[in-house]
Design a protein around this ligand. Sequence first.
Ligand code: C2E
Ligand code: MG
Ligand code: MG
Ligand code: MG
Length: 284
Amino acid sequence: QAKAQGKDTFCFFTPEMDQETVRKFTMESYLRQALSKDQLSLHYQSIVSASSGDVVGAEALLRWHCPEYGQVPPDQFIPLAEESGLIVTIGDWVLETACLQAAEWMATACVPFKIAVNVSYPQFRDGHIVSTVEKVLKKSGLPAQCLELELTERLLMEDERGCAEALKKLSAMGVQLSIDDFGTGFSALNYLQRFPVNTLKIDRSFVAELDCSKESPALISAIIQMAHALGIEVVGEGVETRQQVNFLTLQTCDYLQGYHFARPVPADQFQLQFSESCYLGAYI
Ligand code: C2E
Ligand code: MG
Ligand code: MG
Ligand code: MG
């Protein structure tokens, strides 16, 4: 593997490095070229209103087709992109691509539409993300209210001061902020007071446990009540079964997302799902 890259890189790999480290190094060098070689794409997963069933938005999810490794799951390459700093350039591309696409969909939409984009900590350094968002909103013409940035709890805990300013600026622009995988992080809930959060996304592990644990229904119902008391909307993630839909709807969860409704799909396929939802909605 290392040899294939030429003599110069061979000396990087000392015997102490294990397979995993070598794989990471190699993968990172491929990832570095992914953007320029046009190997990245976005899939879109529907987010539906729990009360009407309408598609009211989509989450953009990054896909990487690496010639060497094939389709690499985000859980493998996103951490790598974060560690190496590549996520800043890649994240800019994701934001621009998702906003241009969403603006196109908005034009044909019969309901308000929101595009959700995952963002990582390094994108916040020196307020970088603020200028990127300003730029892509201007370029795409997408209203700020139609863009929702998905943050992790870790991001809010890690470097509070670094991110707080950027988050306040984004919020003042009208950009929506949501907390992804809510309940799995460090969960010192006081950040909900300090940051202008619009949405909580209940982690899919809670939803998956609904059928088999006593605690999970109680936790979900408590999260929804707390969020609503704070004026925050709630998305249930990883919804796979009718029972989960019923429970979350009964608990007044606002939005649902999961394989039960739709898998993440390429833009053209999402467009079909979206226009079908609009068409059906118009005649009910
Ligand atoms: P996430 O933001 O929590 O995204 C939801 C993940 O759950 C997606 O995995 C989605 O495909 C999956 N999912 C959706 N519905 C279901 C369901 O019903 N059942 C199950 N089992 N899974 C479901 P995916 O696409 O593999 O992405 C994994 C993670 O990678 C994302 O988790 C997000 O944290 C990260 N990621 C993806 N795209 C980006 C990006 O553009 N930027 C950044 N920074 N992170 C990203
Ligand atoms: Mg997300
Ligand atoms: Mg999530
Ligand atoms: Mg996640």
